[in-house]
Design a protein around this ligand. Structure first.
Ligand code: 26Q
Length: 840
């Protein structure tokens, strides 16, 4: 039998005999690892002892470990195939994976073995691990959530496969130059990537452009042809996703764009050889760069190309695999589910309809019945300006067949609306997938809701606000589709991995490591809460983690953090709604107190702020500059020495967070209530024993519920109060009636922090004083100052602080993605867990 894959002309004449694939399992002992490592270093990579480049030993270790993953990967695939189990595909434009090496050692339980092997080889494991580039294929929360989900699914042995894009350039690297953000490219694949496996035999072909034609086929059936397209190839690269010590290795499949080998013959014959070859370039642009989360990038054609490229390649791939074991699609919807990570991959709904109708000859009703039973949509934002829209003319030009299908989906949907609300024309206009206007727009969130059987928000408040606000019409029509799935983070990376000392202490007191897979066991620590020995060790570990963070801050920011001081940290993308501004205004307030000699009962603080601003977001960039300038002045003022330090942390990323969250005392979660969908950094800090100062926003509400009011520093208006007081908001009044706030504003207005650059911060001052300030920064300032004062007092009471810190870790089990994934599975996916055959 010949198997033929459309573009990669691979022929397999016969099934390989077992001799080819039967191999004895690889050793997991020190000697086997050392031998394997030496083999890769000397033979595969061809290096000698004189080679100074550190990434070769890193790569050799990567290959050594990947081989061990490879065996388990095969076993996992066989187990899924043999059981013909139901599967979920997590479609996401972003997977913010961070580093793979230490995660792989943790999950294969090879930490100690590799340590020993490297000790014998005379190599420094820590130094070698440090040279791994972060896989920064995401902007922030949404991308990191996808990575945590994959980790938990592998650990829970859920048959879930991730599909994404293999960007050549990930999230930009941030440098700070004279207080300003400067973006640099992140060419993360430059030295190769030992964690990926290219799979050209599964290449797919993706259509763009062209036009549609309607013909009646020989059976008298009307058939649509999408012709005249300019096609691009999608080549898959597989990344192994190991579960925690369970023999499962799931897959993340990332697509890379490549040109077809066909040239435009007309151009070729007329002598424009180079122009013909240039087409190659434009094809490969599709997966060149990750889009930063930037509203100025909205509506860009290349972004829509990326979205369709992911959707089409992934769906074709799933169908290819399905048809290897099934004759038709009758059981497809029972056995497959697609989870859409925000609206970014939502064109999948129309693409699946196209494939079923045009390529597999289904009727509209059959196709819709299958499609709408397998799609599920997760929303991650409440900001109306962040809802994706695509101009109809652009859509028509790039994806003409898909636009036709979307119009048909919409027309059938609007008939349902009309039945439900007879005579309500306004409702039809409001709910239409096509927004009318000078340039009509496709509303992707509406398409996602109409085409999915499940719609979920990412924290209780967020889901409630979706139901009551943004998607209320749809909620009225289909209340049963809506559900909440509060986010989480994986305790492997975010506790066991990044905080090895705390891992050891917890394990010792629980009596086993089972808590790493079952975080609810953390409650067993409660009986040690008042034990002196346990508490002392807790404090010692926090201090040691603070020392590590202080070293990093010294290296990256050249600022001295004293570990006796309160480490007060806000790290996340820079955005007005997250209110880094409120944080720095409070810093200025503290500085004013120092200058005024008001330092009785003072608590020393080290304030760390980090995060990237979207390159086109002027206000966010100016906020970074303000933080940098304030830091510069305060850190060089001898009066503030020992009392207050401030640093802006450059290039905040996953690896930095692995050092930052274990060394933090106070976690800043201070968004305007109703604006942060969930937040996940808040959960990482909590797990590592930091206390939160926060508003009643996103998952903060649930964090407070779990840890108890006494162990959380609450301030600010509720989401409801924010909306109800918007019309009366008068920031100038607030300034005039509060001398502390007035002093802070005066300080800014005086140019104290921008003496060489007059007027620099005027846009910030204007936004703060604007009664239409969307983020109502000053409305919460007094309450924030007071809550911070409570924090200072609590920190001085070491006994109280330690209890609160332990209580935070102990109460964090809800925020494990293991719990989140169990809920997705119970309510949405309904997958059976499948254990792979364990290799010893
Ligand atoms: C938009 C236009 C063009 C190109 C890119 C984008 C784009 C890219 C990324 C828009 C949004 C994102 C990412 C959003 C995000 O990270 N949202 C966060 O998701 C987390 C996980 O659910 C939540 O915890 C956060 O509250 C939410 O802000």
């Amino acid at each position: 039998m010949y198997k033929y894959c459309n573009s990669f002309k691979l022929m397999v004449k016969s099934k390989p005999v077992d001799e080819l694939t039967i191999v004895p399992p690889l050793g997991m002992d020190v000697e086997s690892l050392s031998n394997c490592f030496r083999y890769y270093y000397n033979h595969t990579l061809g290096r000698s002892k004189d080679c100074k480049a550190i990434h070769y030993p890193y790569k050799a270790l990567g290959y050594t470990l990947r081989d061990r993953l490879m065996e388990r990967w095969k076993e996992t695939r066989s187990a899924y195939e043999e059981t013909d189990c139901k599967r979920t595909y997590y479609l996401s434009l972003e997977f913010l994976m961070g580093r793979a090496l230490s995660n792989c050692m943790l999950n294969l339980d090879l930490n100690e073995t590799v340590q020993k092997s490297f000790y014998q080889l005379g190599l420094d494991l820590e130094e070698i691990a440090e040279c791994e580039q972060d896989a920064g294929l995401g902007n922030g929360g949404l991308g990191r959530l996808a990575a945590c989900f994959l980790d938990s699914c592998a650990t829970l042995q859920l048959p879930v496969k991730g599909y994404g894009l293999r960007y050549e350039y990930g999230m930009f690297k941030q440098r700070i130059e004279q207080g300003h953000q400067v973006e640099e490219t992140d060419h993360w694949l430059l030295n190769g990537n030992p964690w990926e496996l290219e799979r050209p035999e599964y290449t797919q072909r993706i259509k763009f452009g062209g036009y549609t034609e309607y013909h009646t086929n020989n059976k008298g059936k009307m058939t649509v042809y999408w012709n005249g397209t300019r096609d691009v190839l999608a080549i898959p690269y597989d990344i192994p996703i190991p579960g925690f010590k369970n023999g499962t290795v799931n897959t993340l499949r990332l697509w890379k764009a490549a040109a077809t080998d066909e040239f435009d013959l007309d151009e070729f014959n007329s002598g424009s050889y180079t122009e013909a070859v240039e087409e190659k370039n434009s094809a490969e642009h599709i997966t060149m760069v990750l889009y930063p989360n930037d509203s100025s990038e909205n509506g860009k054609e290349l972004r829509l190309r990326q979205q369709y490229f992911l959707a089409s390649a992934s769906l074709q791939d799933v169908i290819r695999e399905w048809l290897m074991h099934h004759d038709d699609f009758s059981e497809f919807a029972q056995k497959n589910c697609f989870q859409l990570n925000d609206t970014h991959p939502t064109v999948s709904i129309a693409e699946f309809m196209r494939l079923l109708i045009d390529d597999y000859e289904h009727t509209w009703d059959e196709a819709w019945s299958i499609t709408s039973k397998c799609m599920a949509y997760t929303n991650h934002t409440l900001l109306p300006e962040a809802l994706e829209k695509w101009s109809v003319p652009l859509f028509k030009c790039l994806l003409p067949r898909l636009l036709e299908i979307i119009y048909e989906i919409n027309s059938r949907f609007l008939k349902q609306v009309a039945m439900h609300w007879p005579g309500d024309a306004a409702r039809i206009r409001q709910m239409s997938i096509i927004e009318e206007g000078p340039v009509p727009q496709v509303r992707m969130a509406y398409l996602a809701i109409v085409g999915s059987f499940s719609v979920n928000g990412v924290a209780a408040l967020h889901t409630e606000l979706l139901e009551k606000g943004l998607f209320n019409n749809f909620y009225q029509l289909w209340p049963e589709k809506f559900n909440n799935k509060t986010n989480g983070v994986t305790p492997r990376r975010w506790l066991a991995g990044c905080n090895p000392e705390l891992r050891q202490l917890i394990t010792k007191h629980i009596g086993s490591e089972k808590w790493i897979k079952d975080l609810s066991q953390l409650s067993k620590l409660e009986k040690h809460l008042n034990k002196k020995d346990f508490r002392n060790q807790w404090k010692k570990i926090k201090l040691s983690n603070k020392a590590k963070l202080a070293l990093l801050v010294k290296a990256e920011c050249d600022v001295n953090f004293n570990t006796d001081a309160l480490f007060d940290v806000q790290v996340k993308r820079i955005h007005e709604y997250k209110r880094q501004l409120l944080n720095i205004l409070h810093v200025i307030h503290l500085y004013n107190r120092i200058k005024a000699g008001d330092t009785k009962n003072w608590t020393n603080r080290c304030v760390l702020i980090g995060g990237k601003a979207a390159p086109g977001y002027a206000m966010a960039k100016l906020t970074i500059k303000l933080i940098s300038n304030v830091a510069e002045i305060i850190n060089n003022d001898p009066q503030a020495d020992g009392l207050l330090k401030v640093a802006f942390f450059p290039n905040y990323n996953v690896s930095a967070m692995e050092v930052i969250c274990p060394g933090t005392d106070l976690s800043e979660q201070i968004s305007t209530a109703g604006k942060e969908a969930s937040g996940t950094g808040n959960m990482k800090f909590m797990m590592n024993g930091a206390l939160t100062i926060g508003t009643l926003d996103g998952a903060n509400i649930e964090i407070r519920e779990e840890v108890g009011d006494d162990n959380f520093f609450l301030f600010g208006l509720t989401a409801e109060e924010v909306e109800n007081s918007r019309n009366q908001y008068n920031p100038v009044n607030i300034i005039n009636n509060d001398k502390d706030i007035d002093a802070v504003i005066k300080m800014l207005e005086s140019g104290y922090f921008n003496q060489c650059e007059p007027q620099l911060f005027d846009p910030i001052l204007h936004s703060i004083k604007n009664p239409y300030d969307m983020w109502m920064t000053l409305a919460d300032f007094r309450s924030y100052i007071d809550a911070q004062e409570e924090v200072s007092m609590a920190y001085q009471d070491t006994k109280r602080w330690t209890t609160m810190s332990i209580m935070n870790t102990l109460s964090s089990s809800k925020f494990s993605t293991d719990r989140t994934m169990e809920e997705y599975n119970q309510d949405i996916w309904k997958l059976d867990k499948v254990a792979a055959h364990q290799i010893k």
